[in-house]
Design a protein around this ligand. Structure first.
Ligand SMILES: Nc1ncnc2c1ncn2[C@@H]1O[C@H](COP(=O)(O)OP(=O)(O)O)[C@@H](O)[C@H]1O
Ligand SMILES: [Mg+2]
Length: 476
């Protein structure tokens, strides 16, 4: 029986104690990727105590937290044990792969989850969030249907019309999503959507394809104002480009006619007010002509919002930290022209390194953030370049130039082509202890200087297979 009982929710705060020795608010960060690292840094700047959790060691936020745990957060019992042990004031889900039903039970027991456990659970499921948005918040969405077998999929696609999109119910970065242009594409698209999501499930979503003119993220912050009243403040639109479906570049402000911006703000406010709680939400919308469509929402900082590190005085991470710690904020938040571009790995392996930094940083408008992830795999984000400039166009040009210079130099010190074929130097017996490589042995081979290079990656450095958690959607 839980002994901890108090109404869940972030209280309005005016005073903090000291971390570790006093009564600073304690944050339990579930997910310690690059977004978690920024949130942890901002929370620590405000005087909070931060405990970082992820399923692998040396995750980005662990480098800045007061302490950390390596845990599988999809294990509900383990998650509860961790919460009871750490007794956090605020549980902060930063990734989707969490036992969200357990989060709801924890919240019912009086623990505080931000923005709210039900918002975290509901936004993971495309059907739930679509129904909430279209039926309850009454915002426009593309036509959609949820089906459970290939025959129903074929009927729904015919009704919705071609082209349409087949999507997994739970996924991110476009995993399992296919554009279907006619009946001949239905079977393969159904297989992909039902088999490649975060969970294998016969239920999939079919969506009308919206030939949008603009795709934007509206960052909506639910926060206390100085009088202690919860309000919603929506930031300037963020534009983004995603060749394929992986986020690549974003910029703010994305210029649109004022009435369209008003509609976008109204949609973002309606959806986030329905989800409730406090914190930042990334509301993904399409604009077609003057019409605004709601697409989906993250109840946490959004990856396209990295641009706010350059464009806003208070970044999305700073705003999130402030709101979830119960501190007041008064918008609006002005935005100056800035852009962000991700640095993606191409290969798989242990201990990636990047070069080109001198050339990239020669442009004084550019800032480079490297995430320090111990392991790379294709399209995994290893860092981000942010630039502020006189115009969005100039900022985009600056980040593209810098990112191209850096990306061309990414080297994976211990490439791991496949699970079956461990790289040269990997101890075939697997007896090399897990953890950081031994930096004092000679490197096996390589094209750069060999001193101070680890000799072999630990067994955990082998390339993740298709079901390895790092291969799944939403890897941080
Ligand atoms: N109905 C749609 N019409 C046109 N493009 C879409 C539609 N839904 C998604 N997309 C495109 O696919 C991308 C990924 O889709 P999204 O639903 O956001 O999935 P994920 O959860 O994987 O991010 C979007 O950012 C957008 O570019
Ligand atoms: Mg999306």
């Amino acid at each position: 029986m839980p002994t901890f009982r108090r109404p869940a929710g972030v209280p309005f705060r005016d005073r903090f104690g000291t971390p570790l020795v006093g009564a600073a608010p304690r944050l339990l960060l579930l997910g310690s990727g690059e977004i978690g690292r920024e949130v942890a840094l901002e929370a620590i700047r405000l005087g909070a105590e931060v405990v970082a959790v992820d399923r692998y060691a040396n995750a980005p936020a662990m480098a800045v937290a007061h302490r950390h745990h390596v845990r599988d957060m999809t294990d509900g019992a383990g998650l509860r044990a961790l919460v009871e042990r750490e007794a956090p004031d605020v549980i902060v889900p930063e990734i989707e792969q969490i036992a969200t039903d357990e989060l709801v039970r924890l919240e019912d027991d009086g623990w505080t989850v931000v923005p709210r456990a039900r918002a975290v659970r509901d936004t993971m499921d495309r059907e739930r969030v679509r129904r909430l948005a279209s039926r309850t918040a009454r915002v426009r969405t593309s036509a959609f249907a949820v089906v459970g077998d290939p025959a129903a999929a074929a009927r729904a696609a015919r009704e919705i019309g071609y082209p349409c999109l087949f999507k997994s119910m739970m996924s991110s970065s476009g995993h399992g999503m296919t554009r279907v242009d006619g009946p001949s594409g239905v079977a393969a698209a159904y297989r992909a959507a039902s088999g490649e999501g975060r969970v294998v499930s016969p239920r999939i979503m079919i969506e009308e394809f919206v030939p949008f003119d603009h795709e934007v993220t509206m960052l909506a912050l639910r926060h206390y104002d100085p009088t202690g009243t919860v309000r919603t403040t929506v930031m300037a639109p963020i534009g983004h480009a995603r060749p394929g479906t992986v986020y690549c570049e974003s910029w703010q402000p994305h210029r649109l006619p004022p009435p369209v911006v008003r509609s976008l703000r109204a949609v973002a406010t309606a959806v986030t007010d329905l989800l409730g709680g406090v914190g930042i939400f990334g509301v993904e919308c399409f604009v077609r002509g003057t019409e605004v469509y709601f697409s989906e929402v993250s109840p946490r900082p959004h990856d396209t919002g990295f641009v706010t590190l350059g464009s806003q005085w208070n970044s999305e991470f700073a705003l999130h930290a402030r709101a979830i710690l119960g501190l007041p904020y008064q918008g609006p938040e002005p935005a100056v022209p800035a852009a962000a571009r991700v640095l993606l790995a191409r290969g798989s392996g242990w201990a990636p390194s990047v070069g080109g930094l001198t050339a990239a940083l020669a442009d004084r408008r550019v800032r480079v953030h490297l995430f320090g992830k111990p392991e790379a795999h294709p399209s995994r984000r290893l860092g981000i370049v942010v630039a502020r400039a006189a115009t969005v166009t100039a900022a985009r040009r600056a980040v593209r130039r810098a990112a191209t210079l850096i990306e061309a130099t990414i080297r994976i010190e211990y490439p791991t082509p496949s699970r079956e074929a461990p790289p040269t130097g990997t101890d075939p017996t697997g007896s090399h202890p897990p953890g950081l490589p031994d930096r004092h042995r000679k490197a096996p081979k390589g094209d750069g200087p060999t001193e101070d290079r680890p000799s072999a990656p630990p067994p955990s450095a082998r390339s993740p297979g298709p079901n390895h958690p790092d291969r799944r959607a939403g890897t941080t």
